[in-house]
Design a protein. Sequence first.
Length: 421
Amino acid sequence: MLHPDFHRVEQHIREDVLRRTLIEMVDIPSPTGGEAEMATYLEERMRRAGLRTQLQEVSKGRPNAVGTLPGTGGGANLLFTGHMDTSYSGDEDYLTGEGFKPKAVYRDGWVWGLGANNMKSGLASALVVLEAIAGGGIELTGDITLAGVVGEIEKAPIEEFQGESFAGYGTGTRYLITHGITADYAILAEPTTLHVSNANMGCVWAKITATGTMAHSAHGKRPGHRNAVEEIHKIQSAVMDWAPSYSERNKFMDERPSVTIAAVRGGLPWRLSRNPFEASLYLDVRTVPGQTADGVKRELREILKGIAESSGAPEATLSLYVNDPPTYIDPGAPIIKALQTAREDIIGSSSKPIIRLPAADSTHFNHYDIPCAVYGPGGFSHPDSETWMHAAGEHVSVNNLLTAARVYLAAALEICSHPPE
């Protein structure tokens, strides 16, 4: 049953407002490391709506934008959250099409543009909901907060790739929750195709390095010479032989984790007259709840030890440079039940909670004892699209923005009207 004030507030949540808000957000470039203008936009909108706001500087020039609508006290406090950084900068020469540019295009009920799907759509819906609640003069007992955070995109500094533009994987969220922004529950507005998510896969990024002999290429086949690229090829083949078993053994909520050979580096492209003396393989290994990074590490070490024993070469070195843990909360948790009920009231149908495959900041909230559900309007591809969104470019339906906003409103009114369970 919807909250008594739902319909009074809902009239302020309109498609044209949602569309305009998302278009304005997409038109603000906000690559990882360059989120300041987007943070200022959010803070100004929330301040004009009457929220208590702050720009929480995570690092120089990179603030989280936070706004709170205080309750009267005693009720559960709810945090809406989402990242402001986009998957790309929009300047990449290998990406073409309107869905990869920070310039919104509205066509046939859909907004195209960089960040439209991931995840300015969710931020736009949550922002308009908080503005509607504040503008409607609704008094709730619990606080409602919206936080736009920096540095969520799956990026990590390694080798020559250093600096703020590579500081992703929860940089802003970890700072947010260790520097005073608290809540009883959180709703992360990541793309979920309007399904409630109570679980998220994790991720391990691993670097495997093999060594070879320093020699002139003309003598590379003499006895005792090792070619590091050839050694890495053996390792790559062994990893791909292991991957299907790894995936099958770790099924969770009807999904299986993947293993991706994501990058290979080796040799000197500018001096092919030298035998490759070092080569590296980079792996993206997804994990499910119950797994640990060290469990993955042990399995990879067994592969490397086996190759070294069979070839007589030194064991390749293994290092991890990302550990983003998987996360899970019980489907009976109050935040999941509230979102599921709101979804059923608004959409008119029920569905089981899902596990998300890409990384998300929900893991950080859950590990800091703020139960976090994930729900957002993104994730749907345009009906005329013939490929994955990552290939077609980002886009989102304005109608789905409206649906998500109505669900957010119903859940927020319910959660913030009662004490936390």
